[in-house]
Write a protein that binds this ligand. Structure first.
Ligand code: GDP
Length: 140
C-alpha cells in the first residue's frame, strides 16, 4: 500500500471541550501524520455542501446546524492506508458501538456529536480535502 491521504474534522464537541490535543494525540499514536491543519468556523452553507450526500436523511438539518454552530479543526492526515487506519481509530459512528480505545469510545457524546469525521474512500477524500485546503497548505 502506498502513502495515502485522508480528510479529518475534529467536530464542535471536541473544540468546545478543549480536546483538540487529546484527539490529535490519538491520531498521531495511530501512526497518522497531520500534514495540514486549521481551525475554522464553518458556515451552514459549507456544512450543507460537505454533507450533501446525507441531504435526504432526517438528521441532515441537525447535523449541518451542529457542524456550523462552533469552530471545528479540519485536517489532512497521511499514512500507509490512511483512510482505513483513521476509520479504525475513529471507531463506530454510534459511540455506543465503538471499540475500546477508539476516539469515539473515549470522547464522543452521542451519535450526532461523535467527535470526528474521516473520509470513507479515496475519491471522497480528494473532494473533501479540496473543499477546505489549497495545495500549498498541505505539507507532507
Ligand atoms: P461516519 O462516516 O462514521 O461519520 O458516519 P455517516 O457518514 O453515516 O454519518 C455522518 C455523520 O452524520 C455522523 O458522523 C454523525 O455525526 C451524523 N449522523 C449519522 N447518523 C445520525 C443519526 O441518526 N442522528 C444524528 N443526529 N446524527 C447522525
Amino acid at each position: 500500500m502506498t502513502t495515502q491521504r485522508t480528510f479529518s474534522i475534529l467536530k464542535p464537541d471536541v473544540t468546545q471541550r478543549n480536546l483538540t490535543g487529546a484527539v490529535n494525540a490519538k491520531i498521531e499514536a495511530a501512526g497518522l501524520r497531520i500534514i495540514a491543519q486549521k481551525r475554522i468556523h464553518m458556515s451552514l452553507k459549507q456544512a450543507e455542501t460537505f454533507y450533501a450526500v446525507h441531504s435526504a436523511r432526517p438528521f441532515f438539518g441537525e447535523l449541518t446546524q451542529m457542524m456550523s454552530a462552533a469552530p471545528v479543526v479540519v485536517q489532512v492526515l497521511e499514512a500507509d492506508n490512511a483512510i482505513a487506519r483513521y476509520r479504525e481509530v475513529m471507531g463506530a459512528t454510534n459511540p455506543a458501538n465503538a471499540a475500546p480505545g477508539t476516539i469515539r469510545k473515549e470522547f464522543a457524546v452521542s451519535m450526532g456529536e461523535n467527535s470526528v469525521h474521516g473520509s470513507d474512500a479515496e475519491e471522497t477524500a480528494a473532494i473533501e480535502i479540496a473543499q477546505f485546503f489549497a495545495g500549498n497548505e498541505i505539507v507532507g
